[in-house]
Ligand binder design. Sequence first.
Ligand code: HEM
Length: 555
Amino acid sequence: MLQDPRLLLLALFGALILGRLLTSFIRRGRASPNALPLPPGPKPLPLLGNLHQLPKSLQWLHLYYMSKQYGPIMHLSMAGQPLIILSKHQPAYDLLNKRGSRYSDRPRMVMAGEMVTKGMHMLLRPYDDRYKLHQRMEAPLMTLPSASSYRPLQDLESRQLLFDALRDWDTFGEKGLDFHHHHERAMASFIYCLLYGYRLKTGYEQELLDGKRVQAEFARTGQVGAYLVDSIPQLNHLPRFLAPWKREADELFDLERKLHVGNLDKGLANPGWNFSKFMHASQEAQDMPKVELAFDLGILADAGLDTSTVALDWFIVAWITCGSRWVPQAQKLLDDVVGRDRLPTFEDRPKLAFIDAIASETLRWRPVVVGGVPHFTRSEDAYEGYRIPANSIVLANAYAITRDESVFGQDVHSFYPERWMARPADVSEPHHVDVCGLNTSLLKDLPQTGFGFGRRVCAGRMIARSQLFIQMARMLWAFGDVQAGVVDEATGRRHQVSEFDCTEGFVTLPKPFRAVLRPRGPWARDAILKSGCTHGIDHAEILNQVKKERREKGA
Ligand code: HEM
């Protein structure tokens, strides 16, 4: 029966899989009698553990409800692999921030990390010396003074976004516009300009289409359970004809390599300062293979593109579904501070803390990476009377943590920007305003959980916060009476927007729909047209100004 060598190999690997499951099961049973108990969690089945209890859809929501039963530190077993779920801010902060040296690793991802990106994906890298070298190379570009120097580019793209949205209002009227596309174009154009020295005019450029494909493949190949080889890496010893995922991984690597190396080449050749030139000239890059540097830049581009776009998409959903109170409040503030003759600018930011509160509330209400990014610990630890086993995946469930009432106060499911506002500071007291214009005297220092934790916290969070501020301030200033688009012209029926109508995956987007963004008045239209189409502006000149400003600020 087993004369066919392929069947023989399959039988061998079947035995290997069974062996692995049995070993992990026996290991679990062998915990020392003196050992602390594992954190509570649902009762596991033999061999499978809790695998059958992990739902495929809206996992973060189910884990949040599960935490109501088992508490803020839960233990689940995924066929023997310990998974610790943190559902309140304090344990997440204590473990991932305070004990960061122990909890900053990533779980091994064979397909997405080792095969498709050959270990060069920054987000998936283990916390080792090579990771730290890359972090050192990027660090000077991610400081607060650096973020402040990128604001002229953010200003440029948000002006363009308003111009494009006005044009679409004139074209599509009540049908509405594809706001996701406009957000994506603007965010991608900003990040590609900064990294590679070119802008994206339409959002349909081949580089962006390839970039989106790479992101979609990352989300797919990185999904828990998508590839057996992630659970049983030994399967990679199979010859290629028995391991079809190897060919798939090679093809995806090739797509990503071509995209990132092509972009690096463009960045080095394009006029003006940019990240490609800066990182290429850095000490850390001197002995680095070109492809590794290209991947660093490419992953930065990916990390910046999707996330800010999604946050702006949720902002539109919040505007439509629950904006009746905070939108008029924000618009009154904008009218008082900015007036109606010009667009808001970064110079207005210190007086517009409420807009920053709206940005923070958007990231809290619908965290972009809603389930959190898994961390990993290689050594055993003890916390609050529980044992955290060695080789645990530790996941801070962003959805649950942003609903921690002991941190964010009452009514955590509502969109309530005021929760971020400090008591009005005494006017005679000088306000503390950071170099990006954020007024920290008027805002509470609540945890920005949506950007992750500890040594793996989002490197681009200062850049992202400026981006969200300028975009939200300008949209709120320019447009009013925002609604979902009409989907049936005969009846005038509009798309029904629901805050839980979202996609699955690493980042969670609202399901696609069109929105009607009406100019608030002729004055808004005039100001947008006066600000104009920005495609004729010399962005290389702006990039050179960035370089000068960075030098002056010692960034
Ligand atoms: C609203 C926008 C953004 C959100 C919500 C966001 C969120 C996150 C989260 C949750 C993580 C993982 C943190 C963890 O493991 O605990 C992360 C990592 C990262 N982010 Fe962001 N991000 C945003 C924008 C950006 C931007 C604009 C950039 C760069 C220009 C960026 C660069 C990175 C990088 C390089 C990492 C990897 C850190 C590592 O694993 O060491 N992000 N981000």
